[in-house]
Design a protein around this ligand. Structure first.
Ligand SMILES: *Cc1c(COP(=O)(O)O)cnc(C)c1O
Length: 371
């Protein structure tokens, strides 16, 4: 034993954090619930049930250079993204999932005492990252229909800028929002961009929406960052690949900041191949969009569920007349996993991701049997 307690050396901010509740891995769920992994209906994490195009798996298997470090500038991937999406490659940042880019942005901007603003219910990563760096979180809850209260957001940012607390440096808006599926309108977006803060639009689900991405807007607004990912539409959540469009001044700083080998070679091979086969990705996205409409209509027909309109590959439902936990547990016993919430703003809600056609049938049948 050492003569002193080395845990006293730890950053006190880390000590004060609560532990992240990990998602249970498939094999342990399979053992616990008594279903084979392939018979589990996993609709709890908005994953793409079809996975990436077959050619991605083939490219991963036949790549010969895994013993060489990956390109730290991710040049080819950024060129392909630029060509496909019509944004300059100089403005494209790549990360090990968009989660890494979210974390990078927090590290690049936030000091203890600073503040960020988010609009719950939303993705928890924004607030948990901020707390990790000792920053405070200003929460401006969404309206009952989950639209933004932009007036309240503007007031909170402007008052924060004038008040004695730290400034509100970053405003986070997911669009479509997770877990509600709500789209940020152009008016709301403009209002946010007028604020004296960095606006991070998280477009993890934008491929499933009717409206286009706002990546092209970054060139016109030097306080806008838009984040995208291969996890959802391209079905590569397990490979960890995300990207973002950053204004030029921020890219210059990002290159100094980023870890050189943050994106591994397997993710790069897979991402490049996915982009080469974009029409296949698009077919899967269309299938999921059709599945979403069918799931939503089916859920609306269940007497104890009130599904929220969604622009994404998941549907949030209010459970009426019985505990949401009971519905979650009932589905779970049948090997069907959905997301349940015990936070105040989402109490009585479950979120169901769009699965394959047969999985949509299974969840709808199971819910009908609970009527
Ligand atoms: C799934 C998700 C992401 C994507 O994270 P990755 O790290 O790219 O897998 C980002 N934001 C939101 C809101 C999400 O739901």
């Amino acid at each position: 034993m050492t003569a002193f307690d080395p845990s006293t050396l730890l950053n006190p901010v880390i000590k004060s954090l609560s532990a992240y509740k990990p998602v249970e891995p498939l094999d342990s769920l399979s053992a616990e619930l008594g279903f084979r992994v392939e018979d589990l209906v996993k609709l709890d994490a908005n994953e793409n049930p079809y996975g990436p195009p077959r050619s991605v798996l083939e490219a991963l298997a036949s790549y010969d250079w895994y013993h060489i470090y990956p390109d730290s500038a991710q040049t080819r991937l950024r060129e392909r993204l630029a060509a496909l999406h019509g944004v300059p490659e100089s403005m494209i940042a790549v990360g090990s999932g968009s989660d890494e880019l979210l974390n990078n942005l927090s590290q690049m901007f936030l000091l203890p005492g600073d503040r960020i603003l988010d609009m719950p219910p939303t993705f928890l990563m924004y607030s948990s990252n901020a707390r990790l760096y000792g920053s405070e979180v200003v929460e401006v809850p969404r309206r009952p229909d989950y639209s933004l209260d932009v007036e309240a957001v503007a007031t909170a940012v402007l008052d924060g800028q004038a008040g004695d607390g730290g400034p509100v440096k970053i405003v986070y808006a997911a669009t479509p929002n997770n877990p509600t599926g709500t789209w940020l309108t152009d008016d709301e977006c403009e209002r946010l961009l007028d604020l004296p803060a960095l606006v991070v639009l998280d477009e993890a689900y934008v491929e499933f929406a009717d409206e286009p991405s706002r990546i092209a807007r970054v060139a016109e607004h030097d306080n806008l960052v838009v984040l995208r990912t291969f996890s959802k539409a391209v079905g590569m959540a397990g490979l960890r690949l995300g990207w973002g469009v950053f204004p030029d001044w921020l890219m210059e700083q990002f290159w100094k900041f980023k870890q050189p080998y943050n994106v591994n070679q397997a993710a790069l091979v897979a991402g490049l191949t996915g982009l080469e086969h974009w029409s296949e990705v698009q077919m899967v996205v269309d299938r999921i969009r059709a599945g979403q409409r069918r799931l939503w209509t089916g859920l609306a027909g269940i007497s104890f569920l009130d599904p929220v309109p969604s622009a994404a590959n998941f549907v949030l439902c209010r459970v009426e007349g019985r505990p949401a936990l009971e519905v979650r547990d009932g589905l779970r016993r049948q090997g069907i996993l959905v997301r349940y919430y015990d936070t105040p703003l989402l109490s009585g809600c479950i979120r169901i991701s769009v699965g394959r056609e047969d999985q949509i049938d299974r969840v709808l049948t199971a819910l009908q049997e609970m009527e």
